[in-house]
Structures are given as C-alpha cells and as structure tokens.
Write a protein that binds this ligand. Sequence first.
Ligand code: SF4
Length: 390
Amino acid sequence: MPGRLDRKDLAKYPFLKEAQEWVSGRTGSLPDFLSSNYGRIAARHAVERIQEAMEGGRPPAPGPERLDPDREVYAYAIARVLASCTRDRLLMDRLARYEAERASRYLADELPEKHALVAEGVGMPAEAGDLPVVQYVELASHLKDDCWRLVNREVEEGRVTLAEGDLSDLTGERIRVLLLSQLPLPVPPAICELLSPLTAEITAAHQQYLLREFGSVKEGAFPPCIRALTLAITSGANLSHSGRFALTAFLHNIGMNPLQIMELFARAPDFDAGKTQYQVEHISGRSGTEYTAPSCATMRTHGICTGRDSLCTRVSHPLSYYRARKRMGKPGTDSPDGAPDQPAGPGHGGDKGQDGEQVGSARVPGKSQGKHEQESDKDEQACRSGEDIQ
Ligand code: SF4
C-alpha cells in the first residue's frame, strides 16, 4: 500500500498509478478476470459508470465510508477499456470529464497533504503560488471563463501568479486532459470481442441519449461561429479548410446525414458537388474515422470563433452551445435563413470521431463581433472552472 494514500483514497482517485498497481498485482489475466464472477460484477459497474458519464450532470461522490475500493478501482479500469472498444471519441471525452469532476469533488474536501499527493500524482506541483506560462496555458486554454485568459493574468518572469483556489481548478483540468490523452487504450481485439455485448449495450444507449439530446436539427440554435460559417458559405465566401472542417463535423455531429450537409453546401455559388461529396463523406466516417467538431479553444486558434455571445461564456464546445440553446427553447433570432428544422438523419446524432485536425488558420467573413463582445464583457464573472452547461 502506498505511503500516505490508503485504500479509500485509491477508490476516490483510481487514476493514480498506485491504484492501478494495486489492482494489477491482485488479478490474473484480463480475460480470466472478466470471465470470473467478480469480473462480471465489476464490468457491470463499469457500464453504469459510463452511463452516468454519458448522461452528464454531477457524478456521484459518496462519502469514504460508502466507497468500496475494489469496486471503484476495477470499474474505473474496465470503463476505460469499454470506452476504448467503442472507439467513440465523444464517449471518451465524457468519461474523462466525469472522472475529473468526480475527483475534483473529493479533492475539494481533502487536507492539504492529501491534496498535494494527488496533485503530484498527475504531474502538478504540490503547492504553488504560480505556474510556468507554458504549463498554465496548456491547462487554462480549456477553461471557459475569461479570467483564465493569459491577458487577464499577472505574469512575472515567465510564471503566472495563481490566486487561491486556482491550483485546485487547474488540477481538476489536468486530470481531465491526462485521462483523455490516454484514451483510447490499445485494447487487443480479443478483449473487445469478449466485451462486445457490453459495448453494444453502451453504443445503443449512447445513440439513444444523443438522439434525445439533439433531436431534430434547429439552425436557429446554432452557435454564432457555425452561423457565421453557414452565412459565409451561402454568400459565396471561400472558407478555409479549418472552416469547412468545423462546419461539416458540427453538422455531422448533430445528426445531419451527408446528403443534408451537401444540401447546405449546395447553397454556395461555387458549389462543386464531387469535391464536396468527398470531403463530407470523409469527415462523416467513410474513411473509417469519424471526426468531432473542434472545441471552442481550437476554433479560437484557427480564427473561426466569431460573434461570441453571452452563452459562449458558459460553454467550451460549440456542441454544448447548441444543446443548451435547444434545451432553452429560445433559438437565436438570427437564423441564417430561417430554414425549417430538419430531422436528424437515420443512424446519426452521434459524435463519434476524432477531435480536430491540424489545419491552417483563416478568419471567415461573417458577423460583426462588436455587439457580441460587449455582451460577453458585460457577463464576465468571477473565475470558475465548472463543466459546460449541459
Ligand atoms: S465561443 Fe465557442 S460556441 Fe461561441 S462562437 Fe466561439 S467557438 Fe462558437
């Protein structure tokens, strides 16, 4: 048992290497374990963990007295194997968020010494009044509030000064980034085959969840960046590769089938059916890899985050914006063309794929940013690192 971490700690922070060493020293081969009674029970808990992750919301964080270390650590490990077998990037992203949020809830109640052990376990300083700029930017670039932006920070001799509470928030983000970077795990096909009844169950549940979430396509609920890209296409602007990629992946992710996406691109005066069909089908998964629309941070990097409004301050992904706007039932008033809602294509509504590509940057002509930026400034609040609104 590791130094100052006890079994309950491993249940709270199952991603720490001590937790993985602990379980790996107690089980035989993975196929043998999964075929055992306890393995089957643990796998069932893993499925429940993934279902909680895909539904979003706050993960449960029962008190230590109610934690079963064996169950938590095994369920964590098997959930990662299951998510890897589905090859569903959105599911992996949600699982990483879930685990980070769960750990953050426990971390918030830890004494400084325990907090420091966990932070060090994920490569963060145990305690810090500042961080090197590079490390800070890596972590803070995914946090949505403007207070995390480097321009709003005090930087001295290459280090960013942290306020009280910042290190906890950044540690939570570090956990998310770290766990996501490890997925998918290189799971042997025979193991995925063994788990295929469970992965089929997860994939079906995820499809149902996404269809419920996204439902019919509402152009009025598109985020400003996607509306700008749509407008640019319609008005004949020559979109950069990053713009075309973001627009196509977004439309695919919300459930439009390739034909429906082609119809939107066909509004462009210079529409090239053959070229567009190839690009759309490639991004939609014909090549065997489906892509996820880029996050807001990536959109900003490529200069295609444009027209931010107040809702943008509460999301870190255009898909979160869309989901939230639809749920509010108050779609934007400046829908690009007032086109009617379109039903999601059969078998779609999923976000399988690979987040973002390395693409060139270009600013897409679209809406003026002035008014929206003013709204954004007005809504600026104290730093918070919570998840996107769901
Ligand atoms: S903040 Fe995100 S959702 Fe809003 S315009 Fe920029 S990229 Fe789009």
